[in-house]
Design a protein around this ligand. Structure first.
Ligand SMILES: Nc1ncnc2c1ncn2[C@@H]1O[C@H](COP(=O)(O)OP(=O)(O)O)[C@@H](O)[C@H]1O
Ligand SMILES: Cc1cn([C@H]2C[C@H](O)[C@@H](COP(=O)(O)O)O2)c(=O)[nH]c1=O
Length: 225
C-alpha cells in the first residue's frame, strides 16, 4: 500500500512504477452547464480508473462548500472523497515526492474556480506523465467564458460537452440561467439560484431576470429618497 497523506483522499489499490519523463500524460475535459452531469461523468471516469488499479486523487475548489469540503458530490448525492484547495499550485506541496510519483490520475471538479488551471494541467500531463480529468463550467450565467476552462482545450486529448434538460420545456439545455439579480461572476449555489435552460428560454429568462432586477433597483432608489 502506498502511504499518502490522510489529508488527501486517494484511491490506492496498487503500487505503480515511478513515471519517467517519457511516460505520456493525458488531459480530458468535461464541460457543460450546471446539472448536465459533469461531476457524475468525472466520478464515473475516476471510478473506472480505480477499478483498473490506478492511483487517483480528486481535487475541487474550496470556494464551493455546498456539500462540505471533503467530498465531490453530484446533484444526485453520489460522492467520492476529495481535497478542497484554494489553488492547484498548492496540490503537490501536500505529497512527498514518492507519494506524488505514485499518482496516476488527477480529477479536478469545479475547474472554473482555478486561475492556475492551465499551468497545472500542462505541468502534470506534459512533465509528470499524469492523466488529468477536468470537469467545469465552460460558461458563466451570462454565457461568457468562465475562468480558465476554455484555455486548456488546446492542451486536451478529449473534450466532452454535456447538456442538461431545460427546466421550462424539457429540451436540450446548454446554458445556466441565474434566477436572482446578483451580478458577480462567482456565486455559489444550486437549484436555489440556477436552472439549466435551452437557448430560447435562456433569452426570455434573461429578459425577465433583468427586468425584475431593474424594478427592484428603482424601488430601492425610491425608498432611499
Ligand atoms: N434542475 C435540476 N435540479 C436538480 N437536479 C437536477 C436538475 N437537473 C438535473 N438534475 C440532476 O443532476 C444530475 C447531474 O448532477 P451533476 O453530475 O452534479 O451535474 P453537474 O456537475 O453538471 O452540475 C442529473 O443526473 C439529474 O439527476
Ligand atoms: C453559472 C454560474 C455558476 N456558478 C457556480 C454555482 C455552483 O456553485 C458552481 C457550478 O456547480 P456545478 O457543479 O456545475 O453544478 O458554479 C458561479 O459561480 N457563477 C456562474 O455564473
Amino acid at each position: 500500500m502506498i502511504s499518502l497523506p490522510s489529508k488527501f483522499p486517494t484511491q490506492t489499490r496498487c503500487v505503480h512504477s515511478k513515471p519517467s519523463l517519457s511516460s505520456s500524460g493525458e488531459i480530458h475535459v468535461i464541460v457543460g452547464p450546471m446539472f448536465a452531469g459533469k461531476t457524475t461523468t468525472l466520478l464515473h471516469r475516476v471510478q473506472a480508473e480505480i477499478n483498473d488499479g490506478r492511483n487517483v486523487a480528486i481535487i475541487k475548489s474550496n470556494k464551493d462548500n455546498r456539500y462540505g469540503l471533503d467530498s465531490v458530490v453530484t446533484h444526485d448525492g453520489v460522492k467520492l472523497p476529495c481535497c478542497a484547495l484554494p489553488n492547484l499550485s498548492s496540490f503537490k506541496q501536500n505529497f512527498s515526492q514518492d507519494a506524488y510519483d505514485q499518482l496516476d490520475v488527477i480529477g479536478i471538479d469545479e475547474a472554473q474556480f482555478f486561475g492556475d488551471l492551465y499551468d497545472f494541467c500542462r505541468e502534470v500531463a506534459d512533465h509528470d506523465g499524469k492523466t488529468v480529468i477536468v470537469a467545469g463550467l465552460d460558461g458563466d450565467y451570462l454565457r461568457r467564458s468562465f475562468g480558465s476552462v476554455l484555455d486548456i482545450i488546446p492542451l486536451a486529448d478529449s473534450v466532452t460537452k454535456l447538456s442538461a434538460q431545460c427546466e421550462i420545456c424539457g429540451k436540450r439545455a446548454l446554458f445556466t440561467l441565474r434566477k436572482t439579480g446578483e451580478t458577480q461572476t462567482e456565486l455559489i449555489g444550486g437549484t436555489d439560484v440556477y436552472m439549466p435552460v435551452c437557448r430560447h428560454h435562456y433569452v426570455s429568462g434573461q429578459v425577465a431576470v433583468e427586468a425584475a432586477r431593474m424594478v427592484l433597483q428603482s424601488q430601492k432608489v425610491i425608498t432611499r429618497r
